[in-house]
Design a protein around this ligand. Sequence first.
Ligand code: SF4
Length: 351
Amino acid sequence: MRSHTIEKFRDSLLRWYGRNRRPFPWRLNPTPYRVWISEIMLQQTQSKSAMPYYKRFLERFPDITSLARAPQEEILALWSGLGYYSRARNLREAALRIVESHNGVFPSDHATVLSLPGIGRYTAGAVCSIAFHQPQPVVDGNVRRVIARLEGILSRIPEKYFWDRMAGWIPENNASAFNQAMMELGAVLCLPSQPLCPRCPVRRYCVAKSKNLQNRIPAPKQRKTAEKVVLVVLVVKWKGKILLVRRRGGFIPGEWGLPTRIVSPGHSPQETAESLNQSLFGGRLQIENNSVLRHSITRHRIAAYIFAGRATEPALEKLKKGEGIHWAGQAQLEAMLTSSLFRKAVQRCRA
Ligand code: SF4
């Protein structure tokens, strides 16, 4: 778009946004704290589903200090149901950092915001533009789709292209409304399939509309083939508690989980469970196969062989104590076990 066209495009978009924007609670009084919380919640959750969580969260933690002081379990409990729990843990870590390093005041410098735990380029752009009115771009799935259609882009192109476009279009003095308007357009009119072009305020600038390409943009993603994984999962009980281990990466979500090991080709689940038993308890745990659980996580199709065991003193002697080991009671399991695979495994070993 040429510069005078960009101005007209912006005017049409902003006028439409001013009249049609949805009245979300996070749009009232958009302080940096409120914008931050809402943007983190909305990363993997639809606005409608996030709304009750957002209200409850803000009632319990109205500011950065109350969030920083809260125990992690309480934050995770309020987050329960939203999924992707690392978001909640990062919120607390970032709140602690803001209290310790910025006297509890949300920083306004873009680079500093970007350095906070759990904040990436999108969230930093959203907080700096919406709360601090800085001309920082944001690009999410909605914005990407709107730009691709406006420009009639049929092929997959690098992410940088979209950021550069937004940086070039964003008005110096109204970044907050412009960014939100682009996202709103993608969310309510420029829908992934069957966009509502006759109602679109910027249809006269849209290449996809003029060439009838709307439903070919964005280009369909290549489907990744499913990956089969065979796992053993240990459910070990001791005094009414269950053994959790700190997880380091992998495709199962959550910082804490049940002990697992992938069954390598040529080995049986029983052998793999015994090898896990050996590394955790020196082989002293009595284990038995409980059942097999079928479960999918993203493209992983998992067959999880669940082995149950009760810890005894000789087995416990071999268990390494320390940071990466935790015996969790019922309430802690609720808060700490974020993967539904692990929750189902515990459920199967209830008796
Ligand atoms: S005219 Fe249609 S395809 Fe183009 S931006 Fe508007 S809604 Fe999207």
